[in-house]
Design a protein. Structure first.
Length: 463
């Protein structure tokens, strides 16, 4: 960690080219908002109180997204350009001395290694500022770095205002800079609004520093992908793909088998243990952790859930905010809405829906069942078609099922209701009252057989 380094992240813009009601830096790539990626890189370099995020558009939401990280915020009330954005954090930027790195909130692929290279390059060059640049085949949209023979930057010219000759320059400004903080603050106010766009371009600082007799160094970075700034949803999709490819590769290197990895979507916050196997078209999202030797069936989507070792998820299963203990088997075509705890070696089969339900160890709900707001003990068999009636139209109620209960098929459990342990529920029962332990509950119309009735009816119809 550097102790004379501050980082400012510019994240106040709306991002007009996104054509969105949502601020650009709140759009997600790899399961995190763009600004979170950038803040994560900054926090690898310096302490949170030395990181300032400039917010403006949807400032509250951006601050909310970053809450708990301990970074500072500065408010840019009107978006008058990147030069203006930096100037509003003058009071918040903790250091007048030392170094100040400026990052743009729309550049999420930037690695900590590259930032460390920037720092050491800057310290060695003795320049007033260092700009990370790269060569692009298609530089349109980016500011062009006008570099002299010695490799120093004379100016950065924005695409919008560049001449045809300048537009032919392929070396672009990445928008990642390291400044001598004292010199930056001394000269920043000299930036004037651009005559064409009326915006204060931070990039004008390069010419200003040159005029004052200082040098601006260029760090030419080979991996231009990493410096990609997101302006449109097309770039968002490209960055999302790159982040997820990296993630999937890392999981494979860590011992997870991923079949057809190009079809699998994994958020950056996901962890998976050795020898787990992920089938095609799976999505592992949010803060999901998967134990060792699990199998995640094709087309399943798992969000914010914890799976123990040896869990088998059959294809096309949806799981959200749930805990699944070791050896449980779930699916195909099961749906776990938030708040479930499926204990060890329990089984949930096809077309079973769970919500806020604990299913005890070794218990089974194999087919066509809804279990909501229920606590189910160990070794319970829930027959096909069983429904907990947890909602009376106004309130939700709890169903409690003791250990070793056998619930016959198509039982209707009208909550609040309790089935004592070891009890047996006859198929097709509507259960509205407590069932005592070890007893049989039959709650259905008794069957009546009428001898010869069907035959007589047929004969009548033939006449
Ligand atoms: C900017 C650079 C350009 C560079 C490119 C790299 C300038 C003038 N241009 O252009 O040289 O090649 O990035 O990706 O800096 N922002 C604010 N307040 C504002 C305006 C912008 O906070 O008033 C923030 C935005 O939220 C964004 C970042 O600054 O995160 C960059 O702004 P953007 O409009 O995307 O700049 P570019 O046109 O891409
Ligand atoms: Ca940009």
């Amino acid at each position: 960690m550097e102790n004379d380094l501050s980082v400012v992240i510019l994240a106040a813009g709306l991002g007009t080219r996104m054509k969105s009601r949502k601020a650009k830096v709140l759009h997600h790539a790899g399961g995190l908002s763009l600004v979170e990626h950038v803040v994560n890189s900054a926090l690898a370099l310096t302490s949170p109180d030395r990181v300032v995020v400039v917010v403006g558009h949807q400032a509250e939401q951006v601050q909310e997204t970053l809450s708990g990280r301990g970074v500072r915020f500065a408010l840019q009330t009107e978006q008058k350009g990147t030069g203006d954005a930096l100037s509003v954090c003058r009071a918040e930027a903790p250091e007048r001395e030392g170094l100040l790195i400026v990052l743009y909130g729309d550049c999420p692929l930037l690695s900590v290694d590259t930032l460390n290279t920037l720092l050491s390059h800057h310290r060695n060059s003795g320049a007033a500022a260092t700009v990370i640049t790269t060569l692009l085949d298609d530089p349109s949209g980016y500011g062009r770095a006008i570099v002299d023979d010695a490799g120093y930057v004379e100016a950065i010219v924005e695409h919008k205002v560049a001449t045809t000759e300048q537009r032919a320059v392929r070396q672009i400004n990445s928008g990642i800079y390291c400044f001598d903080a004292a010199l930056l603050w001394k000269h920043l106010a000299e930036i004037e609004p651009n005559p064409v766009s009326k915006e204060y371009y931070l990039t004008d600082i390069v010419e200003i520093l040159n005029r004052a007799g200082h040098k601006v160094s260029a760090l030419l970075h080979a991996n231009s992908n990493e410096l990609m700034g997101i302006n449109t949803r097309i770039e968002l999709a490209i960055v999302d793909r790159i982040l997820r490819e990296r993630k999937v590769r890392q999981l494979m290197l860590d011992g997870v088998t991923i079949e057809k990895p190009e079809t699998v979507i994994v958020d950056l916050g996901v962890e998976a243990g050795m020898d787990s196997l992920v089938e095609p078209f799976v999505q592992l999202l949010g803060n999901t952790t998967i134990g060792e030797s699990c199998r995640i069936g094709a087309g399943s989507i798992i969000r914010d859930s914890q799976l123990g070792d040896g869990v088998e998820i059959a294809p096309y299963t949806l799981i959200q905010s749930s805990t699944i203990d070791a050896g449980a088997t779930i699916g195909p075509f099961a749906r776990l809405r938030p708040g479930n705890h499926v204990k060890a070696a329990a089984h949930i089969g096809n077309f079973v829906e769970l919500k806020k339900t604990t299913l005890g160890a070794g218990s089974k709900a194999g087919h066509l069942t809804y279990l909501g707001d229920s606590v189910i003990g160990a070794g319970v068999n829930v027959g096909a078609g069983t429904i907990t009636c947890n909602y009376d139209g106004i309130h939700k109620h709890q169903t409690t099922i003791g250990d070793g209960v056998f619930v016959g098929s198509n039982a209707t459990l009208v909550a609040p209701v309790e089935l004592g342990s070891g009890s047996y529920i006859a198929a097709g029962s509507v259960v509205t009252e407590t069932v005592p332990e070890d007893s049989l509950a039959v709650g259905r119309g008794r069957q009546v057989n009428k001898d010869g009735w069907a035959k007589r009816r047929r004969e009548q119809q033939q006449r």
